[in-house]
Ligand binder design. Structure first.
Ligand code: AMP
Length: 395
C-alpha cells in the first residue's frame, strides 16, 4: 500500500464518524464511530476486515476519541499509509464555494460561519483541532455540505424577507447534502451516458434527513433545504415546510418558548410526529402493512410533499433528463419511489415495477421502463469517498 489513503472525519456534537479510504480505488479499509462523547458511556467502535471491535473511552470527549483512533490505526498498520485528513463541515456560508486545505485563515472563516449552524460548525472545528493535534504534519481539508449549492441564482436563494437580514447577517437559503449531490450527479451521468455539461437532473437524497436538489449542467441551481436543514421535505423527525406562523401559534396555545418550538419542529415532527410511532421509514412501512392508519398517513404526506417539491425543482432545471434517488430511503424503499414516480407520471416517468423492486440493499440502476420519456435511477451515495477524493485532489 502506498501512502495515498485519506482519513475522513465527520464530527458531531457528541459523535465522531471516521473511515480510511483509498480515493482512487474507493476501497474502505476501516470505518467506525465514537459516540456519547463527553459522557461516562463514551465509546469508540469500528469495523476492520469484517470484525467489529469496541473500546470504552471512560468519559473522554473528541480529543480522547481521536487519540484512541490514532492508537488503533497504528495497531492495525493503517496509520503510516494516511496521506491527509478530510473533514466534513456542515456550513460554509457564502465564503466556501468549494473544498479547501486547512490553515489558520480557513479555521477562522469556518468559525465565522458558526452563527449559521450553531450545533454543527463548532463540533466540526473541535474535530479539526483534535485531528491536527494527534496527526501533526498531515495536511487536512474541509469539505462543506453547503458549497455545492453556492451556484444557485439569487432568485432561488433569496427569501422574501426584509433584505437587510440577508445583507447584514446572511439570512438566505443555503442547502445541504451537497457532498452527496456532487457524488450522485456524477455517478448518475456516468451510469446513463449523459454529458454532465448538458444535463438536467433532479436528485432526491432521502435519509433520516431528506432534501432534493435541481442540478443543471452539473451545477446546483435550487434545493429544498434552506437556511438550516429544517426547510423542505418531510423527514424522520423534521417537519419540512410549514407556515412560519406555527411559531406564534404554538407559543400562544401552549406557552412554549422559541427553543421548545425549535426542538418540536426538528426532533418531534416529520414521520415521527404524524405517525406517533417512529421516525424510521422501515418501521413506518411495516406498520402500514399491518394496517396502521396513522403510519399510512405519515407515509402519504411524505410522498405527496416529496412529489410536489420534486416537480417544483423541475422549474429550476427546465425539464428532467433523470431523477436520481439516494440515501437510506431512496436506495431501499421501492414503495416510496414507486408512489412518488406514479405521482410524477405527468413529467414522463413510467415506472418499471420489477426494476424498482430489484433496486434495494446496494443494487443500483434505472427503475423506469425503456420507453419512459424521463428516466429515474437509484444511486448509492458515498459522501466519505467524495471527501477523500476532494482531499486527495487538494494535496
Ligand atoms: P440514512 O439517514 O441515509 O442512513 O437513512 C435512514 C433511513 O433509511 C431510515 O428511515 C431507514 O428506515 C431507511 N431505510 C433503510 N433501509 C430501508 C428499507 N429497506 N426500506 C425502507 N426504508 C429503509
Amino acid at each position: 500500500m502506498s501512502k495515498e489513503n485519506i482519513l475522513v472525519i465527520n464530527c458531531g456534537s457528541s459523535s465522531l464518524k471516521f473511515a480510511v479510504i483509498n480515493p482512487k480505488s474507493g476501497e474502505e479499509f476501516i470505518n467506525g464511530i465514537a459516540e456519547r462523547l463527553g459522557s461516562p458511556e463514551a465509546f469508540i467502535r469500528w469495523k476492520f476486515e469484517g470484525n467489529k471491535e469496541r473500546e470504552e473511552l471512560n468519559g473522554g470527549a473528541h480529543d480522547a476519541a481521536v487519540a484512541a483512533l490514532l492508537t488503533m490505526l497504528a495497531d492495525k498498520g493503517l496509520k503510516d499509509d494516511i496521506a491527509a485528513v478530510g473533514h466534513r463541515v456542515v456550513h460554509g456560508g457564502e465564503t466556501f464555494k468549494e473544498s479547501c486545505l486547512v490553515n489558520e485563515e480557513v479555521l477562522q472563516a469556518v468559525e465565522n460561519c458558526s452563527h449559521l449552524a450553531p450545533l454543527h460548525n463548532p463540533a466540526n472545528l473541535i474535530g479539526i483541532k483534535a485531528a491536527g493535534k494527534h496527526f501533526p504534519g498531515l495536511p487536512m481539508s474541509v469539505v462543506f455540505d453547503t458549497s455545492f449549492h453556492q451556484t444557485m441564482p439569487a432568485e432561488a436563494y433569496t427569501y422574501a424577507l426584509p433584505y437587510e437580514f440577508y445583507r447584514d447577517h446572511g439570512l438566505r437559503k443555503y442547502g445541504f447534502h451537497g457532498t452527496s449531490y456532487r457524488f450522485v450527479a456524477k455517478a448518475a451521468c456516468e451510469a446513463l451516458g449523459l454529458p454532465v455539461e448538458n444535463s438536467k437532473l433532479i436528485i432526491a437524497h432521502l435519509g433520516n434527513g431528506a432534501s432534493a436538489a435541481a442540478v443543471l449542467n452539473g451545477e446546483g441551481v435550487d434545493t429544498t433545504m434552506g437556511l438550516t436543514p429544517l426547510e423542505g421535505l418531510v423527514m424522520g423527525t423534521r417537519c419540512g415546510n410549514v407556515d412560519p406562523n406555527v411559531f406564534s401559534f404554538l407559543s400562544k396555545t401552549y406557552g412554549y418558548s422559541l427553543d421548545e418550538i425549535t426542538d418540536i419542529l426538528n426532533k418531534k415532527s416529520g414521520l415521527l410526529g404524524i405517525s406517533e410511532l417512529s421516525n424510521d421509514c422501515r418501521a413506518i412501512e411495516e406498520a402500514c402493512a399491518e394496517g396502521n392508519q396513522q403510519a399510512q398517513l405519515a407515509l402519504d404526506v411524505f410522498c405527496y410533499v416529496l412529489a410536489k417539491q420534486l416537480a417544483g425543482l423541475a422549474v429550476a432545471t427546465g425539464g428532467v433528463d433523470a431523477l436520481a434517488f439516494t440515501g437510506g430511503i431512496g436506495e431501499n424503499s421501492d414503495a416510496i419511489r414507486g408512489k412518488v414516480l406514479k405521482a410524477l407520471s405527468f413529467l414522463g416517468f413510467d415506472l418499471d415495477d420489477q426494476k424498482n423492486l430489484d433496486c434495494r440493499f446496494g443494487n443500483e440502476g434505472v427503475i423506469t421502463t425503456d420507453s419512459s420519456k424521463a428516466t429515474a435511477i437509484v444511486v448509492s451515495t458515498n459522501e466519505e469517498l467524495m471527501i477523500a477524493k476532494d482531499t486527495a485532489a487538494l494535496i
